[in-house]
Ligand binder design. Structure first.
Ligand SMILES: NC(=O)C1=CN([C@@H]2O[C@H](COP(=O)(O)OP(=O)(O)OC[C@H]3O[C@@H](n4cnc5c(N)ncnc54)[C@H](OP(=O)(O)O)[C@@H]3O)[C@@H](O)[C@H]2O)C=CC1
Ligand SMILES: Cc1cn([C@H]2C[C@H](O)[C@@H](COP(=O)(O)OP(=O)(O)O[C@H]3O[C@@H](C)C(=O)[C@@H](O)[C@H]3O)O2)c(=O)[nH]c1=O
Length: 329
């Protein structure tokens, strides 16, 4: 009998590429699709593409994720994050297969003083968050047994993310200023990918109602963006790379198109209770990522770190949006 694969969207993104890698490591059959094979904005192609793969389930890691840009690109953000996600969920429901969808901490407004759990009422401050919240509702309406996993502050050694932005700024700026009044939980894409596949396997073997609904899954522990940057730069120091000066600033001192919550810490205890999922502490996973990006601290005969410049050269070819951020500083 031929095993039906898990279908993964967003293959070229941080999470999608980790999902593909982790699935391969676990010996799971998976087909990962990039936008070129499955465009969530081309709705009439979705059914045909899914039919050609005949997956046992779908994990949707594709999304419009440019938070500031979404403020002036509202139509596209909703088209992908709400309508595209719902269309994919609908196809999964029609085929009677599980659907796992990923959402964000930015559905919350940050007014709560504690970590947010799944029962808290979302109230997004920005268009990206609003489009993702609308996507959650649309996915669950189209596929009542869908699993919606909210995560936060995702990073990996590839793609566009805060860790890579900080490493690039470390190369180009003597001083880096980072907001210290927004708090959340950094999450390694590889850790989240492993958790999603664990949920996926459970929803294939158990009663699917167990995995239905919303779950928070984020790295253990919390920090501010400034605290995150500090840990990244400490990691550079420990690897023999001189970090830039780091200055704590307020949100007001860092004007941006999109408002961001001051508190988007996620309480992940429901996922631990239901699935036994507990991601590693964020500092621990950051070390793994820095090992991949900078190296473990090995030096050449002159005391230089050969991996650093070589690896960092590739940082500059990412995300024109991130470059615009750098240019502002
Ligand atoms: N990044 C973060 O900090 C967080 C992300 N999330 C959520 O996690 C999920 C994965 O995020 P992440 O991996 O970081 O995001 P990335 O931006 O790294 O990847 C998103 C992927 O979606 C693809 N995509 C965009 N538009 C379409 C489309 N119309 N059709 C098909 N594919 C499309 C992109 O393709 P292309 O490469 O061609 O642009 C990209 O590869 C998303 O749902 C996101 O909202 C949740 C919390 C935090
Ligand atoms: C680059 C930079 C950012 N910042 C601030 C801006 C912002 O408040 C915070 C994070 O900035 P970024 O633009 O890197 O991150 P941002 O795009 O807000 O990240 C979000 O992405 C989406 C997709 C999510 O779902 C969220 O969980 C979250 O990870 O840090 C500084 O203070 N100094 C800097 O040099």
């Amino acid at each position: 009998m031929i095993e039906r694969p898990i279908m993964i969207t967003g293959r070229n993104g941080q999470l999608g590429s980790c999902l593909r890698d982790v699935a391969a490591l676990r010996g799971l059959s998976a087909v990962a699709l990039g936008r070129e094979e499955l465009d969530l904005e081309v709705r009439d192609g979705i059914d045909r593409t899914v039919a050609s793969i005949a997956p046992c389930m779908i994990i949707n890691a594709a999304a419009y994720t440019a938070v500031d840009q979404a403020e002036s690109d509202v139509r596209k953000a909703f088209s992908i994050n709400r309508d595209g996600a719902a269309a994919l969920a609908d196809v999964a429901w029609q085929r009677n297969i599980p659907f796992v969808h990923v959402s964000t901490d930015y559905v919350f407004d940050g007014a709560k003083h504690e970590a947010y759990d799944e029962a808290d009422v979302p109230a997004p401050l920005n268009t990206y968050g609003a489009s993702k919240l609308a996507g959650e509702a649309a996915v669950l309406a189209a596929h009542p047994l869908a699993t919606v996993v909210r995560s936060s502050w995702i990073y990996s050694s590839t793609g566009s993310n805060f860790v890579r932005t900080m490493l690039r700024l470390a190369e180009t700026r003597p001083i880096v200023r980072v907001v210290s009044d927004q708090h959340g939980s950094p999450t390694a894409a590889a850790d989240l990918a492993a958790a999603l596949l664990q949920i996926a396997e459970r929803s294939l073997t158990d009663d699917r109602r167990i995995a239905a609904g919303i779950f928070h899954v984020a790295g253990q522990g919390t920090t501010s963006w400034h605290g995150f940057a500090e840990a990244i730069f400490d990691g550079l120091s420990r690897r023999g790379v001189r970090p830039p000066m780091l200055e704590a600033i307020t949100t007001e001192q860092y004007p941006s198109a999109a408002r961001r919550p001051v508190n988007s810490r996620l309480d992940s205890s429901k996922a631990e209770r239901v699935f036994g999922i507990r991601l590693p502490a964020w500092r621990q996973s950051l070390e793994t990522c820095l090992d991949q990006l900078v190296g473990r601290g090995d030096t050449d005969a002159e005391g230089n770190h050969p991996g650093w410049r070589q690896r960092n050269a590739s940082l500059s070819d990412h995300a024109s949006g991130q470059q615009a951020v750098a240019a502002r500083l």
